[in-house]
Design a protein around this ligand. Structure first.
Ligand SMILES: O=P(O)(O)OC[C@H]1O[C@](O)(COP(=O)(O)O)[C@@H](O)[C@@H]1O
Ligand SMILES: [Mg+2]
Length: 282
């Protein structure tokens, strides 16, 4: 009869591997962020989609290369899903993959606003095991792993406020120009239900702030890109929050997942109700 030690050994090995991946994610995000912050407000070169929400800078591309180089030093054979070229765009259900957004919040980066960061998540068999969202111009680094969530090395957790009038919620991810009724409905749902609203220009920053209690919740009814959402959603969940789709089912990135509702446990039901108001305008 087993004394359970095999299962314990497997758990230990899993945690060790998550801890290794977390260390690599942090090294990679810091290396990428260091390159970006050197150029911030000095050398910002938009190379695609100037003036648009989808602007791309030379730095986005260079940072992704640097992040991937650091990951490959330790995990040369793992797949990469990333916002810029030479990477996949969908998270596979099997195997290890690194989900990379070199600069989440490129528009803020271009305009000299500080809320942008480098996001690196390690996913194994479809589930995140470690992630880092590094915001060098803010000096904030969120790390998510077996031990929970830290910001600059100190543990953080979601807020416990359950009075919507004292909650601040963010409609996030962005709605295209022909989708402004949904955007307006999202904003209306927030201002009519909650104390206040925020929009940061970076979904990873928004989700990181939910994880750390700076915001009570965030939601969208669109399917986010994995690089905009996986690390931050994992942070919210590991910080004690709840992350679902628009049907209230556990959220996991998939190409057809319907929306994202990430909130503290105390606020999630109300944030989900707000998000579901968007069903009426579709
Ligand atoms: O939280 P907000 O203000 O809706 O910001 C959302 C924007 O942030 C982003 O995460 C920015 O992503 P990129 O800068 O990597 O393109 C997008 O999802 C979206 O355009
Ligand atoms: Mg992004």
């Amino acid at each position: 009869m087993s004394d359970g030690s095999d299962a314990n050994d497997a758990n230990d090995a899993g945690e060790r591997s998550a801890a290794t991946r977390l260390a690599v994610a942090e090294r990679a995000a810091r290396a990428g962020g260091a390159l970006a912050v050197e150029r911030f407000r000095r050398d910002v070169d938009v190379v695609a989609n100037p003036g648009s929400i989808n602007a791309v800078t030379r730095t986005d591309r260079d940072v992704q290369r640097r992040v991937v180089d650091v990951v490959r030093e330790s995990f040369p054979d793992d797949a990469v899903v990333g916002e810029e070229a030479d990477a996949g765009t969908a998270v596979p259900d099997e195997g290890p993959v690194w989900v990379v957004d070199p600069i989440d919040g490129t528009n803020n980066f271009v305009r000299g606003l500080r809320t942008w960061g480098t996001s690196v998540a390690a996913v194994v068999d479809g589930a995140p095991v470690a992630a880092v969202n590094h915001f060098p111009a803010l000096d904030d680094t969120y790390a998510v792993g077996p031990g929970g969530v830290t910001r600059n090395g100190r543990a953080v957790a979601v807020r416990t406020e359950d009075d919507p009038a004292r909650c601040t919620v963010a409609p996030t991810v962005w709605w295209d120009a022909d989708d402004r009724e949904a955007f307006a409905a999202a904003a209306r749902a927030v201002v009519e239900r909650f104390g206040d609203m925020r929009r940061t220009g970076s979904t990873q920053a928004t989700l990181s702030r939910v994880a750390a209690g700076g915001l009570d919740g965030a939601f969208t009814d669109v399917t986010p890109h994995p690089w905009d959402s996986v690390a931050g959603a994992f942070a919210v969940e590991r910080a004690g929050g709840v992350v679902t789709d628009l049907d209230g089912e556990d959220w996991r990135w998939a190409p057809d997942v319907h929306g994202l509702v990430a909130a503290s446990e105390a606020a999630h039901a109300e944030v989900l109700d707000a998000a579901r108001e968007l069903l009426a305008v579709r």
